[in-house]
Ligand binder design. Sequence first.
Ligand code: 13P
Ligand code: SF4
Length: 327
Amino acid sequence: MSDIENIRDQILKLKKEKNAIIIAHNYQREEVQDIADHTGDSLELSRIASTEDCDVIVFCGVNFMAESASILSPDKTVLLPVMDACCPMADMITTIGPRNMNNKFPGFEYGEDRVYPADFTLQDIRDRHPGVPVVTYVNTTADVKAESDICCTSANAVKIVESLDTDKVICIPDKNLSAWIAKNTDKEVISWDGFCHVHERVRAEDVNNIKAEHPDALLIAHPECRMEVLEMADHVTSTSGMLRYAASSDAKEFIIGTETGLLYKLRKDNPDKTFYPLRKDMVCPNMKKTTLKTVLTCLEEMTNVIKVPEDIRVKAKESLDRMLDVT
Ligand code: 13P
Ligand code: SF4
């Protein structure tokens, strides 16, 4: 038996013993997606986990996702295989002031004098725009969700903004998702300056290059990409939206404008279709920290428990519930 098979067997055995389920985000490593009971986008996974009859949820993803699982399943033990698997964009908005932003992103250009958006808190932006509701992308920490009016996902953001009865909204933390919302609504969108370094690095020039190689391919882009990329896309949607779109489209070739982990499931689900990454380096290093070994260790030792404090959990859940009521 190979090492990998051995680890996989041990995980499956422990999973049974502990009545656990394993859920993996669409960007996870192939072997981690393979061991998972469910793959999907972050909110979808947390919602599935909350309906499963299990005691333990192993969330293969980044920390805000495990927090969402804890918010929706307070009576289950949520484990995050790698404790420092974080989402740098989620950390760009805080309720407490600057986080440690020393962790610069590989392959991304920074001016030395850049002021990180996390130098300001959510309360600072509220103070500047009194009475304007805060619409918070699910890629945020639980404390930020708790201080928000309503949450949104990349798939339902426009609908959520349209559902509010004000002319102005504050959208946090992603400036690109906010620009996409602003393009698709008549409301005034006040944007935060956060971004995902994996999507932000893609330019129109990259689209031109790959389209020149594959002129018949449709471009599907995640709304975390820059507007110059989104304007060139045939379809803009979340990771799960991409899976649905590719499956139902008559087209045979697709350029995928999101983290390359999604290509694994796209190819598996659609063996007759061809998928190209928009850029080969659209890789989220935090998503790739989880390995089979880390899944095994956290299940063996029951370590890396993510538990959102009850006062924050209740408020964060209200923001998520308001979103679910709309959608
Ligand atoms: P989805 O919610 O579309 O899966 O996206 C999550 C994410 O981290 C995007 O970078
Ligand atoms: Fe965060 Fe971007 Fe990684 Fe998604 S791909 S988890 S938004 S850093």
